[in-house]
Design a protein around this ligand. Structure first.
Ligand code: UDX
Length: 445
C-alpha cells in the first residue's frame, strides 16, 4: 500500500520504517530540509534502538523515501498520517498549530480519495477540526474528493518504539466509516495479527482512549510515589510494599516502580492536556490535578533530601554533586521533562556544583545548560564522581546498575549515594559503607 507520513519525529519515523518493513511504499515528509537530508544520508536524527538499521535498509531498498514536499508525498498515497508535534502551551493546553497547518496543506494537495490518519496525540474533537479544515481548502479550490479523517493513537514507548510498533498490545482505530476501518485493518494486519488486537470505535472515543491510557499509567506512578513518600516517614520499605500489593492480580507488579516521577514527551503533557480539556467542559478533574501535583513534587524529592542532608554541613552551596543520568528514562536521549534537569535547576539555584554524565543525552544537555556555569557535563561515569561530595543516580541506565562501588567510594570525598531509582540493595550499600538514600525508605540513621 502507499503511505505518506507527515512529520519525522519519534512516532512518524518509527511508523514509517515499520510500515516499509512490511513491504509498503512509504514517503516521509518533513518541513525541515536538514532532517530530510540527514535521513537521506542514512542517518537518524533521534536515538531509538533498532531504528537506524531499519530506516537505512528500507531506504536502500527503495520502500522509504524522504522529501520536504507534501505534494510528492500525496501523489500516490492512500493514507496520509499526521505525526507532527503537539506541544503544550503555557496553560497546559495542546497547541494544534502544526496539525492544522498540515490539514490545510493536505486540502491544498489532495487530488484523489485518501484516508487522513491522526496519529499525533490531539484533544478530543481534533479529527472533526482536521476534517473541517480539509473540506474548507477543497471548497476554496472548487474540487470535491472523497476523504475520511481517522484517529489512530500511538502507544509507543521511547526506547522500545520499534518493538511496540511491530508487536502492539492493540491498535485503536477511530472512525464511523466502515470502508476506512477495513483499509486500516488491512494496513495493520501484519502487526496486529489476531483480530481482537485491532479495536475499532468512534473517532472521539479513540482520541479519548489515548489520554485515558496515559493518564491511567501516570496515575499508577503518582500513586506509588505517594505511597513511597509515606513509607519514608512511617519506617516502611516501598519496595516490599510494591511486591506485597503487586501480587494481587487486580493490581499487578508492572508500572508501579517508585522513582523520580514521570517525565518524557507524553505523560506530563497529556495529563495536563486532559485537565485542560475537562476545564474547557466546565469539569474539575481533581484526581488528574493531584496526579500532576504529586509528580511535580516527586521530581524534586531527591534534591530536597540532598539539601536536607547538607543543611547540617553549611548547605549545598560550594559542594559538588555527581549526577548519573540526564535522560528522562533509560534507552533514550530524550530529556523533555526529565527529573534530572529539575533537580539540577533546584540545586544549582542554591549554589551547588554539578558534574553530570549520561551515556547518550550528555551532549544535548551540555548545550541546553551551557548558560549555567555551575554545571559540567563529563564523558564518563567515574569522571563525574571524581572529587564530588555525593553521587545522585537519576536514570536507570544498565551501566549504572552494577558499578565498581570501591572505585566510586575512592573517588568521592565521602561515600554518600542518593538513588532516585532504587537500583541497589540497601543492605549491600550499608556493608560497602555508603550512606545510602533511596526512594520510599526512611533515611539511614
Ligand atoms: C509513554 C507510554 O508508555 C506510551 O504508551 C505512550 O505512547 C507514550 O508515553 P514513554 O514516555 O516513552 O511512553 O515512557 P515510559 O516507559 O512509559 O515511562 C514514562 C515515565 O514514567 C518515565 O519517566 C519513567 O521513568 C516513569 N516510570 C515508568 C516510573 O517512574 N515508574 C514506572 O513503574 C514506570
Amino acid at each position: 500500500m502507499n503511505v505518506c507520513i507527515v512529520g519525522t519525529g519519534y512516532v512518524g519515523l518509527v511508523s514509517a520504517a515499520c510500515f516499509a518493513e512490511m513491504g509498503n511504499d512509504v514517503v516521509c515528509v518533513d518541513v525541515n530540509p536538514d532532517v530530510v537530508s540527514t535521513l537521506q544520508a542514512g542517518k537518524v536524527h533521534i536515538y531509538e534502538p533498532g531504528l537506524e538499521d531499519m530506516v537505512r535498509r528500507n531506504y536502500a531498498e527503495g520502500r522509504l523515501i524522504f522529501t520536504t514536499s507534501l505534494a510528492e508525498g500525496m501523489e500516490r498515497a492512500s493514507f496520509v498520517f499526521i505525526t507532527v508535534g503537539t506541544p503544550s502551551r503555557p496553560d497546559g493546553s495542546c497547541d494544534l498549530c502544526y496539525v492544522e497547518q498540515v490539514a490545510r496543506e493536505i486540502g491544498q494537495n489532495m487530488h484523489k480519495p485518501v484516508i487522513v490518519v491522526d496519529k499525533s496525540t490531539v484533544p478530543v474533537g481534533t479529527a472533526d477540526r482536521v476534517r473541517a479544515i480539509i473540506r474548507q481548502e477543497l471548497d476554496k479550490r472548487g474540487v470535491n474528493h472523497d476523504f475520511d479523517v481517522v484517529s489512530n493513537p500511538e502507544f509507543l514507548k521511547e526506547g522500545d518504539a520499534v518493538s511496540d510498533f511491530m508487536k502492539p498490545d492493540r491498535v485503536v482505530v477511530g472512525t464511523d466509516n466502515e470502508k476506512s476501518a477495513e483499509y486500516l485493518k488491512t494496513l495493520y494486519a501484519p502487526f496486529a495479527r489476531s483480530r481482537e488486537k485491532l479495536i475499532v470505535m468512534g473517532v472521539r472515543s479513540a482520541e479519548m482512549t489515548k489520554y485515558a491510557a496515559n493518564c491511567m499509567l501516570a496515575t499508577k506512578i503518582s500513586f506509588i510515589n505517594e505511597i513511597a513518600n509515606i513509607c519514608e516517614r512511617v519506617g516502611a520499605d516501598v519496595r516490599d510494599v510494591r511486591i506485597g500489593i503487586g501480587s494481587d492480580h487486580r493490581i499487578g507488579y508492572h508500572f508501579i516502580y517508585p522513582g523520580v516521577g514521570y517525565g518524557g514527551s507524553c505523560f506530563p503533557k497529556d495529563v495536563r492536556a486532559l485537565i485542560n480539556t475537562a476545564h474547557e467542559f466546565s469539569f474539575r478533574p481533581e484526581l488528574l490535578e493531584a496526579v500532576d501535583t504529586v509528580n511535580n513534587r516527586q521530581k524534586k524529592r531527591m534534591a530536597e533530601r540532598i539539601a536536607e542532608y547538607f543543611a547540617q554541613q553549611g548547605g549545598v552551596s560550594g559542594k559538588t554533586l555527581a549526577v548519573w543520568g540526564l535522560a528522562f528514562k533509560a534507552n533514550t536521549d530524550d530529556t523533555r521533562e526529565a527529573a534530572a534537569l529539575a533537580m539540577i535547576e533546584m540545586l544549582t539555584a542554591q549554589g551547588m556544583r554539578i558534574r553530570a554524565f549520561d551515556p547518550v543525552a550528555g551532549e544535548k544537555v551540555r548545550e541546553q545548560l551551557a548558560h549555567n556555569p555551575l554545571v559540567e557535563i563529563v564523558d564518563g561515569q567515574y569522571e563525574a564522581v571524581q572529587g564530588a561530595q555525593a553521587l545522585l543516580v537519576v536514570t536507570e541506565w544498565n551501566q549504572f546498575r552494577t558499578p565498581d562501588f570501591e572505585r566510586v567510594k575512592s573517588l568521592l570525598t565521602a561515600p554518600i549515594l542518593f538513588d532516585g531509582r532504587n537500583l541497589y540493595p540497601p543492605s549491600m550499600m550499608a556493608e560497602l559503607g555508603f550512606a545510602y538514600f533511596c526512594v520510599g525508605r526512611p533515611d539511614p540513621a
